[in-house]
Design a protein. Sequence first.
Length: 423
Amino acid sequence: MKLESLALHHGYESEQTTKSAAVPIYQTTSYTFDDTQHGADLFDLKVPGNIYTRIMNPTTAVLEQRVTAMEGGVGALAMASGMAAITASIQCLCEVGTNIISTSQLYGGTYNLFAHTFPRQGIEVRMLSHDDFDGLEKAIDDNTRGIFCESIGNPAGNIVDIQKLSDIAHRHGLPLIVDNTVATPYLCKPFELGADIVVHSLTKYIGGHGVALGGIIVDSGKFDWKANASRFAVLNDPDPSYHGVSYTEAFAEAAFIGRCRVVPLRNTGAAISPHNAFLILQGLETLGLRMERHCENANALAEFLAAHPKVTKVNYAARSDSPYFETCQKISGGQASGILSFEIDGGQEAGSKFIDSLQMILRLVNIGDAKSLACHPASTTHRQLNSGELAAAGVSESLVRISVGIEHIEDIIADVRQALEQV
Ligand SMILES: *Cc1c(COP(=O)(O)O)cnc(C)c1O
């Protein structure tokens, strides 16, 4: 099936007992064992089945299978939030003394995790600009465990050449992890461009309605963890925390996502609630339709802003004047999703005045909601960054970011026009 149909059908057939057409919410913490042998077999992974909702849940499993199919992977793990998914994907590969390489144009929460939290736990993150391919490659050493990037950077809107980055990663026997939150599988399929692992904040476009937090890790199943058995000893050697299992032997091509579930998720506990998994499934059903409208509206708004005398700069990669135009054609067929940013003549003050004058567009820091949202990254999401870090993250002090919603385009433009008049 194509993406639009997978989003509606994959991973669920009317449940046997009730014939429920919608995916049921399995609001339970635990699952009964037929007898002690059944329980033992479940714990030994000899038979498939549910044990405890921190580790797995049938509602969540539908979400996982659906996103797996839409990204074209072999398995996925849903978690409590996008940050939980990013953290677990790296904790699954890294230990004290190891490092990862990352592009520096990142979501603010990811930037803080990489710049401040991981280093205090002994995992170093070497961040370089997404187009500094030489620098990114030179930063790799024997302790590197992977390369991380966002397909479309939030909030800078920069587009990463996933193919080039995966070539570099694979030359050094490393996996490429791509945060595909802003692009979604509807616009970009990182696995087809050579990525090995995809992470998402489901909170954004996939959920689409701003009602539930969630995150997911998807495994392409293509990375050969055995080829460099000492670098990826955590996936190859017997694991005492899971009765001596070798993940590459027990889970074969799904070794990485299997370990994500039984180590970072099971042992640190950032499980998604089944109710949130259900809400996110409702959003996922209309992802294709919404992404079409998000892109169409963002294009039209970018056009309006570019022609406005008070606007000094518009960042939207689908426009031919964008430095990311070519890469956008390459990774997402020229579609740049629903987020654009722009600068207003007058710096920080003009930016705040604009934001404060909006009437329909909501002032908040989320993205990917069906409603249009506006924020000023330098005073909110990226507030903890100093001016050097801001520049590296691609955030100027006057930058306004709009997550363009699916309202009628004339209403969106009318609100932006009147707010610019107040500046
Ligand atoms: C929001 C976001 C995250 C974090 O997701 P949460 O669900 O808020 O934890 C990660 N990456 C990107 C690109 C995001 O936009």
